[in-house]
Design a protein around this ligand. Structure first.
Ligand code: ADP
Ligand code: MG
Length: 434
């Protein structure tokens, strides 16, 4: 309205008659300019009105939501959508991040999504901070990884860029290992085991099953078929420092032994021969049932254990596997509450989980350096996965760090990203000739 008052009314009505042509043009331009300014003002007012609308008494986070949206509006978005990875070379160690979508409950609770994934290899965490005078501001933490998957990426796309390139490793006689790392509820089991529909999991959509499908199509090639190659599956759980076989009823505990040649053996572990994908799906379902049996919620105990699904390749006449793929759904990495817990058992478990995740990082570091010193005895997890970390170039590892999008997870999210980042940082240093 201020702009309208500024308009010289007496001139504009009579301009055509009183002014020469050039001033008419000037007048038209001036009016046009005014119109544009008015539009800009209206846009701004509309923006402010919608901001006020989001100033919802039920939503204490409207201000943060607005700040994030404002920042995001300036980003050039070009997220990962193509299915097959570009470039044929598979790195020895790949580190990726996957952001899960907001859950229905988070949306209902008006949670704020503080993660932006502008493109295929970077990610920004918008952390809410307070100045001394308590004004709110955002700190933007930027990260880079091999791949970053936003909430619109499905399991298939994630699989194509992470585990799929590793299948060949197994057939070339190496050990391929893929880890799902992150806090409880961030999507590890969804990614590895398959999508949930309520509490029912469709295991055909998980990385285990997608990998099995590719293993069998590779196995069907004359090169392997003519040699009589075969595949077996194992599925076990590491809880504390104990190993349980998920493919036997009541998941019995198994002993882990190291022989004279430092070979680690899980005594009596079920190695189920499989010939087609359907059989593998049956095995995964059976294992998942054992893993979660007796639990009221999927996430109570399973979030405190590591689950390892393995496929091994055998050639006739050899009793040792000549190649292996391991998929590990790691225990949740959130440990803050554990250290304060009154329950001794909980504190011990938490400490054990911490120890195993730190040992894992050290072992991946040793692998990237081709180091002869492998700190695999640091935890049961790294001990049973020893084969994954030795043998140099032929072994490949992929870590998928899962993150939750919400503001309330920011601390765990930053911890997860820093852990993943350190793995990557080390590799970058190793590659540096200087
Ligand atoms: P975690 O194993 O890390 O504790 P879950 O895989 O159980 O986490 O995921 C927690 C919840 O979030 C589940 O209900 C799951 O269905 C949902 N979820 C996780 N990731 C996704 C995703 N990418 N898309 C849709 N829902 C997801
Ligand atoms: Mg889980």
């Amino acid at each position: 309205s201020i702009l309208v008052l500024n308009t010289p009314v007496n001139q504009s009505n009579t301009s055509a008659a009183l002014f020469p042509r050039s001033s008419v043009v000037r007048e038209v331009e001036r009016l046009k300019e005014q119109r544009e300014r008015r539009r800009a003002l209206q846009d701004e007012q509309r923006r402010q009105r919608s901001a006020l609308k989001s100033k919802d008494p039920n939503n204490p986070n409207w201000e943060v939501a607005l700040m994030v949206r404002t920042y995001r509006d300036q980003l050039q978005l070009n997220p990962l959508r193509f299915l097959s990875p570009r470039g044929a070379r598979v790195q020895q160690i790949t580190v990726c991040v996957r952001k899960r979508p907001m859950s229905r409950r988070e949306l209902q609770g008006k949670a704020v999504d503080i993660i932006s994934v502008p493109n295929r290899d970077s990610l920004i965490v918008h952390e809410l901070r307070h100045k001394v005078d308590l004004t709110k501001f955002l700190e933007h933490h930027k990260f880079r990884f091999d791949y970053t998957f936003d909430e619109a990426c499905g399991n298939t796309l994630v699989y194509e860029h992470t585990a799929r390139p590793l299948i060949r490793t197994m057939f070339e006689g190496g050990n391929a290992t893929c880890f799902a790392y992150g806090q409880t509820g961030s999507g590890k089991t969804h990614t590895m085991g398959g999508e949930f529909c309520g509490k029912v999991q469709d295991c055909t959509t998980g990385i285990y099953a997608l990998a099995a499908r590719d293993v069998f199509s590779e196995l069907a090639k004359p090169k392997y078929r003519d040699q009589g190659a075969s595949v077996t599956c194992s599925y076990f759980e590491i809880y504390g420092s104990k190993v349980f076989d998920l493919l036997l009823p009541e998941k019995p505990m198994l002993r882990v032994l190291e022989d004279g040649r430092q070979q680690v053996v899980i005594v009596g572990l079920t190695q189920m021969p499989v010939t087609k994908v359907e059989e593998v799906l049956g095995i995964i379902e059976q294992g998942n049932r054992e893993r979660t049996s007796g639990q009221t919620s999927v996430n109570i105990k399973s979030s405190r254990s590591h689950a390892v699904f393995q496929m091994s390749l055998f050639l006739p006449g050899k009793c040792e596997a000549c190649g292996k793929c391991s998929f590990v759904d790691l225990a949740g990495n959130e440990r803050g509450a554990d250290t304060q817990s009154a329950n001794l058992q909980t504190r011990r478990e938490g400490a054990e989980i911490n120890k195993s995740l730190l040992a894992l990082k050290e072992c991946i570091r040793a692998l990237s350096r081709h180091s002869s010193h492998l700190p695999f005895r640091g935890s049961k997890l790294t001990q049973v996965l020893r084969d994954s970390f030795i043998g140099g170039e032929q072994n490949k590892t992929c870590m998928i760090a899962m993150i939750s999008p919400g503001l309330s997870s920011v601390e765990n999210t930053l911890n997860t990203l820093r852990y993943a980042d350190r793995v990557k940082e080390l590799i970058a240093k190793e590659d540096d000739p200087g």
